[in-house]
Design a protein around this ligand. Sequence first.
Ligand code: FA5
Length: 344
Amino acid sequence: MKNVSIEFEKIRNQAKTLINQAQNLTTLETIRVDLLGRKGKLADLMVVLKDLSIEEKRTLGPLANQVKTELEELFQQKKNNLFNDSLRQEEEHYAGFDVTAYKTGHKKGSLHPYTQLTQKNIAIFTSLGFKISDGPEIETEFYNFEALNIPESHPARDMQDTFWIDVPGMLLRTHTSTVQIHTMQEGNLPIAVITPGRVYRQEATDASHDFMFQQLEGLVIDKNISMSHLLGTLKTWLHLIFNRNDLSLRIRPGYFPFVEPGIEVDVTCPFCTSGCSTCKKTGWIEMGGAGLIHPNVLKAGGINPEIYRGFAFGFGMTRLAMLIYGINDIRLLHSNDKEFLKQF
Ligand code: FA5
């Protein structure tokens, strides 16, 4: 019996020393398992109690429980102390940490090439006295076709394959020319506006054709507007958008029901002098259509064609963005590919 009680005392003293010396929670836990765990030294000693006489159990039982309770309390107390110490150390470590501090070397986002080009166009045209006009992307047949001198059953409706929506007579606009009519209907004359915006066509896509792309529409209406105003405006824009005075315009007859006469506008290839892959060895790049506004369109917009005349143009901004930023596949522009977008 004496030996057993000595063993209890030994464990008690050993535990007190070890708990006292423990520097961190991991060491403390190892000590706890070794002494108080299910297979620990105290548990081993408890097994011995089973074989003692009743008298011996009466004396040693309470001692065993007392040692166990005492040590458990000691462990818990030490655990709390170590935990509070570690919190305090962490607080001290981060005391000088400034959450509002500027982090150097962080990654910067950038504006999408469309946005950059749109901002550039807006800056150029507003400096020439133009305003910005906007219109809906979901349109009625009236604004997309009829008011633009393209009545039902007119073959020109097939020139732009249309996305019709489930509401009868409604569609996704196939060009920004719809905004011409909206602007005329506002009734503020004279007019000088541009409309940058998305348009939709049900087309098979390839590297230079998309089902959704950006156009830039221009509309000017005043008394005595002529073709020379149109060409002068386009030439000024061309020099400013490429920041070069050596580029020229070429015009060819073009058919668009809403202008008369209508023209197709090409610009000299900004990348070569004698033909390259961008201009397909022709030295010219197609920009879009333009012309003097057809009298029927002025009438549809509520403007008297006997008094007012105007010009309009509609250029493909997606292809211009491809030219300026050297993008070889139109579909990349709305692919949401971060590696691609990072370059701009
Ligand atoms: C029109 O959309 C006319 N509304 C332009 C216009 C306005 C003419 C005002 C006269 C007066 P067109 O369908 O040619 O025209 O399109 C104009 C430009 O949009 C094209 O030159 C081309 O640069 C671009 N474009 C046409 N289809 C696509 C496509 N699928 N993907 C990318 N760009 C395209």
